[in-house]
Design a protein around this ligand. Structure first.
Ligand SMILES: [Zn+2]
Length: 310
């Protein structure tokens, strides 16, 4: 074959695989901030580390150099006067011992390479972490899901007595998005008690367009953070050590917010950019707010993990 033809074929192959071009629009400079006001503080909160995943910086920060990066996969536990609230449920307990129990033997075989990237132990799964803390599953009254990717929903089935708070779009993605897009329908059984989160017509909060006061006392407030996965949200928590905003995967790393720079995986680039601009503005205007992207190893190391609380 002629050399020029090989070059064209090679170019076509490369351009077919390359991510779509993305020209970052200017930052949104006109964002106003609604102060968080007063609200009841939660008793305390902690981080439950459910595993680590080996990855590459270029997966998390669009356009970054290829650099190996190991990221944490956490869930968060909040203690309130009337019980406990989980924010996400992390990796599935069976992934540590027998992945075929979670995804079936065919998929476990197909995804062998990916599963090898996960670092997990049985005692790291959320139910075991709670047991180590002396918290019974039945004491978890509520689970708030930032979005429906499997590394955030893996232990859902252990909390079917709790009420799950998530958007309809997230629930739909969880049930119908499919494992090849990172959703495990088995984590969303029909028996789940759902309290759908709907931001339509709700008041703005901080730099966000809507807000839902989850328990009516201002202690935990859900905000829309669209762009990464359908119906993604963040949760503002009035922790005793200071206000904290759990952003799920709306940013993988603080670097996504600080520059800002798009994350690797989005369902809507424009919406994700808008979310990052809102987070950046918030970080600049409210430095006392602790912003927590779930997969940032540096942020993770800065937070007390179970059995410590903050
Ligand atoms: Zn995700």
């Amino acid at each position: 074959m002629k050399r020029w033809l090989i070059c064209i074929l090679l170019l076509l192959t490369v351009s077919a695989c390359a991510p779509p071009p993305w020209n970052e629009p200017p930052l949104h400079e006109d964002l106003t901030i609604v102060a968080p006001g007063e609200g009841a503080p939660v008793k305390r909160m902690t981080v439950l580390l459910t595993g680590w995943s080996r990855g590459d910086l270029s997966h998390f920060v669009r356009g970054a150099e290829k650099t190996p990066l190991i990221i944490p996969i956490p869930a968060f536990l909040v203690e309130r006067a009337d019980g406990y609230v989980l924010i996400d449920t992390g990796l599935a307990p069976s992934l540590a011992t027998d992945p075929s129990r979670y995804v079936g033997s065919f998929l476990a075989c197909l995804a062998k390479g990916y599963l090898k990237r996960l670092i997990m132990r049985p005692e790291w799964a959320v139910p075991a972490r709670l047991q180590a803390l002396g918290v019974e599953g039945a004491q978890v009254k509520h689970v708030v899901l930032t979005h429906a990717h499997f590394d955030h929903t893996g232990a859902n089935r252990a909390f079917l007595d709790a009420t799950f708070h998530l958007t309809d779009a997230a629930l739909d993605a969880g049930r119908h998005g499919g494992i090849f897009k990172g959703y495990m329908d088995n984590d969303f059984p029909p028996a789940m008690k759902i309290a759908p989160l709907d931001f339509a017509g709700t008041p703005p909060f901080l730099t966000f367009t809507g807000s839902v006061d989850l328990f009516g006392d201002g202690s935990m407030i859900a905000v829309p953070l669209p762009g990464h996965s359908p119906g993604a949200i963040g949760v503002f928590v009035r922790a005793p050590s200071g206000p904290t905003l759990l952003v799920g995967d709306a940013a993988y790393l603080m670097q996504n917010i600080a520059e800002p720079r798009l994350i690797g995986l989005t369902v809507d680039d424009e919406a994700e950019w808008d979310t990052l601009c809102r987070l950046k503005r918030l970080q600049e205007q409210m430095p006392e707010l602790r912003i927590v992207p779930f997969h940032d190893p540096e942020v993770f190391r800065s937070l007390p993990t179970a059995p410590e609380w903050f």
